[in-house]
Design a protein around this ligand. Structure first.
Ligand code: 4AD
Ligand code: MG
Length: 477
């Protein structure tokens, strides 16, 4: 006899044999019915305890949260709603719990409370389902790229560059606070720091990814990225995971095709491989929507939203068309937008993105050809010299899920751009080299993994789709 996972027991049909399972007690009723979960599946296995022949001391310790080992015979269940159960013959308490202090009681807890107990919230159905889907999605990401000839590149986490030029970086230094050496002009002298220069945690692996695409052809990164933006929203984290493919000899159209194909593939993969968890999350989503005012409710269930994205084309719309739509929209005319849209060139806020996706087009939208002035320095300038070959993929309920572009491959144009944006050319010497030696049309994008997990699981807050969220004023655990 060997230990079994609960998922195996439900799948195997090895009836009438002796089995052993180890897990955590969810509930224990009438000194007889023990619901055990080991994280391998959403389902608990019911263990029927022979209380007359079980030590009273052991019975007392079968409390919610305790870890136990159960040996017994797997039989068809008498109870409704479950296929098999264990007639327990031996129960061992592996780790006691304290029912008065254990925070995860068998009742509904608020999401805020669970966030404060992020080390234990994973023992609830909701969080275990979300985290299993997250894991499967991560696998699907690798599967897609590996099957399509992309090389996985590990770009550095500590860098000297600000890829997005937005200055939202966490500094990396070994200087002690208040004891940093100063140079002649009274500024911190980073030449004496660990790396001999200013360094930070990466905001994106793109720049280094481009170097690799210009040799390996097709690459992707999938790693942690860091942004010190003080945004306390349901869509922002200070530490999040980003997936960044980069492809040589690929233009913006090819980039849009890749983003759409990739997203559809990974969502289809979880529909096919996480059926039980998605069904649970779908029920949860429907219940949550019912608590919202009618006007804010999603018209589709989670399952319908996922199927819709997998089965329909994303709508491709230029920034200029989008501005026209927004300018003439009801909420704009009735001054309902917090940021009214008056003229071409305005940066789009999430209220605008969501209007386009949820009210106007009612499907995922790819916006492209944005004004150069609101986008990063590396995007390829169009012939109109006003717009760049940028693209953002916008999703219902999420807003921007992907940001990407065709890259500026012309050395002289890129140099001009770098200068105009006040960036020191010397810091980008190696990036400019890529345009000097064998430059080529190339494109890529970044997809925020947690936003994808949010969409896939229907969770309203990004803090609930990453194990231990980092946000302003919060780095517990
Ligand atoms: O649009 P962004 O800033 O693009 C880049 O970083 C490019 N260098 C990517 C590339 O072309 N290789 O970020 C890409 C995506 C966003 O669309 C969003 O999904 C996610 O990263 N993202 C965040 N997710 C969670 N918390 C944050 N603070 C995020 N900032 C961006
Ligand atoms: Mg962006």
């Amino acid at each position: 006899m060997k230990g079994h996972s609960i998922a195996d027991l439900f799948a195997s049909g090895i009836l009438l044999q002796e089995v052993q399972v180890k897990g955590w007690v969810r509930t224990f009723r009438s000194n007889r019915f023990l619901a055990l979960n080991d994280g391998s599946t959403l389902k608990n296995i019911q263990c029927v305890v022979d209380f007359e022949n079980t030590d009273e001391n052991v019975l007392k310790k079968i409390t919610t949260g305790a870890s136990v080992s159960v040996i017994g015979t797997l039989v068809e269940s008498q109870g409704k709603g479950q296929s098999v159960e264990i007639q327990a013959s031996a129960i061992e308490i592996l780790g006691e719990s304290n029912p008065e202090e254990y925070p995860i009681q068998p009742k509904k807890h608020s999401m805020e409370f669970l966030r404060e107990n992020a080390h234990l919230r994973i023992r609830t159905n909701t969080f275990s389902a979300v985290m299993r889907v997250r894991s499967t999605l991560a696998f699907a990401v690798h599967k897609y790229f590996q099957e399509n000839g992309f090389n996985y590149v590990h770009t550095p986490i500590i860098t000297g560059s600000d890829a997005e030029g937005a200055g939202e970086m966490f500094r990396v230094t070994t200087f002690e606070t208040n004891k940093a050496p100063l140079n002649e002009s009274g500024e911190v002298d980073y030449t004496q720091d660990f790396f001999g220069k200013e360094t930070n945690l990466t905001v994106s692996g793109q720049l280094e990814g481009e170097a690799y695409a210009m040799a390996l052809g097709k690459i992707y990164t999938f790693g942690p990225t860091f942004r010190a933006e003080n945004s306390n929203t349901t869509r922002h984290l200070a530490e999040f995971w980003m997936i960044e493919p980069e492809v040589a000899f690929c233009d913006l159209d090819g980039n849009m095709d890749l983003a759409e194909d990739f997203i559809k593939y990974v969502l289809k993969y979880i529909l096919e491989n996480c059926e039980e968890d998605i069904a649970f999350l779908n029920d949860r989503f429907i219940k949550e929507e019912k608590t919202k005012p009618q006007a804010q409710r999603s018209e589709l269930s989670l399952l319908e939203k996922l199927q819709f994205v997998v089965n329909n084309n994303f709508k491709r719309v230029s920034y200029t068309e989008a501005i026209d739509i927004l300018r003439n929209s009801k909420p704009n005319k009735k001054k309902k937008f917090q940021y009214p849209i008056n003229e071409w060139g305005a940066d789009l806020q999430s209220e605008h993105e969501r209007y386009l996706v949820e009210k106007h087009f009612k499907c995922p939208v790819i916006l492209f050809d944005y004004p150069a002035s609101i986008k990063a320095f590396y995007m390829r300038l169009n012939d109109d010299e006003k717009t760049v070959r940028a693209m953002d993929v916008l999703f219902p309920g999420i807003g921007e899920i992907v940001g990407g572009s065709q890259r500026e491959e012309r050395l002289d144009v890129l140099r001009e751009k770098v200068k105009a944006m006040g960036i020191d050319e010397k810091e980008l010497w190696w990036y400019l080299d890529l345009r000097k030696f064998g430059t080529a049309v190339h494109s890529g994008f970044g997809l925020g993994f947690e936003r994808l997990v949010q969409f896939a699981t229907g969770m309203g807050n990004i803090r609930d789709v990453i194990p231990f969220p980092r946000t302003p004023q919060n780095a517990e655990f």
